[in-house]
Write a protein that binds this ligand. Sequence first.
Ligand SMILES: Cc1ncc(C[n+]2csc(CCOP(=O)(O)OP(=O)(O)O)c2C)c(N)n1
Ligand SMILES: [Mg+2]
Length: 185
Amino acid sequence: MLRFDATKLIVSLAGDRAIVANLGPSTDELWHAGHRDKNFYTYGSMGLCSSIALGMAVSTDEQIISLDGDGSLLMNMGTIATIGREQPRNLIVVVWDNEEWGQTGHQPSHTAKGTDLAKVAESCSIPHTATVSDLEELASVFRTALEEEGPWFIVAKIEEAGYMPVAPIEPELTIYRMRDSFMGQ
Ligand SMILES: Cc1ncc(C[n+]2csc(CCOP(=O)(O)OP(=O)(O)O)c2C)c(N)n1
Ligand SMILES: [Mg+2]
């Protein structure tokens, strides 16, 4: 499963829900899959994607989707424990797990060496966890996650492909655009 195909699938199913993307290719591919006011692109802030999504989730009743990365989540694994502690019913975390720190030179991450992030999430009391490796499985689990209370933690095993052009988005504008998209409702 290619991350871009999986990202397009998530965008097509997300409706008007906010999506927060991990730094680098996850952010770029979210922009290329379809820029929307409720896309929150992260830049440089490795490890903070699901933390930002958690903050949004506890501040609104709307469902929030986090598209995180294995390497980033491994660097800030405490966020999994905090999600388990806070139990946000409206948070869906999807981890693009390419088993590497892709954008810094494809170094194998811990998930290539046996770390199972879905089991970590389960042990942190996140009630709904899944691991998927193709688009059909992802679509099925994600649709269920949209219907049933979370928090959800979905590890999506992906293959790395060539990188897309960097999204032409001003980081400073992202937070204002996101705030406006919530307040405008
Ligand atoms: C605190 C911090 N340390 C290191 C980096 C450099 N860095 C940027 S992205 C990245 C790897 C991210 O890996 P992952 O989340 O798995 O995403 P992938 O590159 O595989 O898409 C690293 C080490 C950074 N931006 N911030
Ligand atoms: Mg990775």
